[in-house]
Design a protein around this ligand. Sequence first.
Ligand SMILES: CC(C)(COP(=O)(O)OP(=O)(O)OC[C@H]1O[C@@H](n2cnc3c(N)ncnc32)[C@H](O)[C@@H]1OP(=O)(O)O)[C@@H](O)C(=O)NCCC(=O)NCCS
Length: 133
Amino acid sequence: MDRKIGSKEFFLVKDSNMRDYIYYICCGNDYLGKCIFSKTKNEIFIKYITIFVHYRGNKLMPIFYDMLEKIFIDLKCTTVMLMAEERTEKYGKLEQLYKSIGFIPIKYHDAYNGDYPIRHIKMVKYLFVKSKL
Ligand SMILES: CC(C)(COP(=O)(O)OP(=O)(O)OC[C@H]1O[C@@H](n2cnc3c(N)ncnc32)[C@H](O)[C@@H]1OP(=O)(O)O)[C@@H](O)C(=O)NCCC(=O)NCCS
């Protein structure tokens, strides 16, 4: 599950929780980001994914997601769902980020989170689990 990029070695740390799966992406002693997801049958729902603020802007999210996807495949899941919460002032950026890692938008909904306008984008990615035949 480890991932070496240049001189940096990234690895995942699992947090135990009764209901959800919680994983951190780490490098050395640093925790760089966090993902919370749930699983029902063969479907993963990503409830929350973040790169902690000091580590943003280094394209870590695709690396993190790629490591997580290997776990989804090990869990025999074929569908990954998420609800992106895109800030309207950065229109299209988050959607593009998820598209770049293979997600497809299936539903859009404009909203307001109390502080600023947002766009909810329901997104899906289908995984192709290798058959043993
Ligand atoms: C989304 C996230 C994981 C990406 O991390 P990253 O790989 O380091 O990439 P960046 O933070 O540089 O983000 C890539 C681009 O998306 C933009 N972006 C990030 N979050 C965004 C959001 N919620 N809405 C709109 N644009 C967003 C960034 O501003 C950046 O655009 P820029 O290069 O023009 O500045 C990270 O920005 C994050 O944790 N954001 C806060 C939590 C969040 O919004 N999670 C997604 C909820 S579904």
